[in-house]
Design a protein around this ligand. Sequence first.
Ligand code: CU
Length: 171
Amino acid sequence: MIWAMGRLHWANAPRRPTSRRAVRRLVMVLGALGLAGCSGSSTYAGSAPTAANMSIVDLRGKAAGSSEPEVTVTVRDNEFDPPGIRIDPGVTVKWHNEGRTIHNIERADPKQVFGTGPAPFGADELATGASFSYRFATPGVYRYYCTLHGSPQQGMIGEIVVGNVAVPAQP
Ligand SMILES: [Cu+2]
């Protein structure tokens, strides 16, 4: 409960000159929670998904377009929305960057084959307003992330589950 009070105190007084006591208290609180040592991922400490707790939105039967069914994942600063989706085999996923900064899309496991297409899976640079599309033909679990704002396991990560396959637990 002490940590909650500390955070409330912090949140309720954003405009006051920073009190050294408040800062010290916050640092202690974060340290106690083990968050202070979370290197390189301070942007998404808290509610951001990890590969282990990813929730999957079921979009089977909900793709738009009959000849070339498609679903959209919105790319934001700095998350994929929704991060996890389940689709029918043969559906195309379109990532559209509505953020203000550049993001990219990379396989979480560089050795995993995402299928074959006219172009390999992934986008090196997805500028504001740009989009990348990829058709997933083969059932499986395909994890990806933005190398600029995440790691394969946390931060700006995403997951495409194709077909009725089970999602294996992550460490
Ligand atoms: Cu990013």
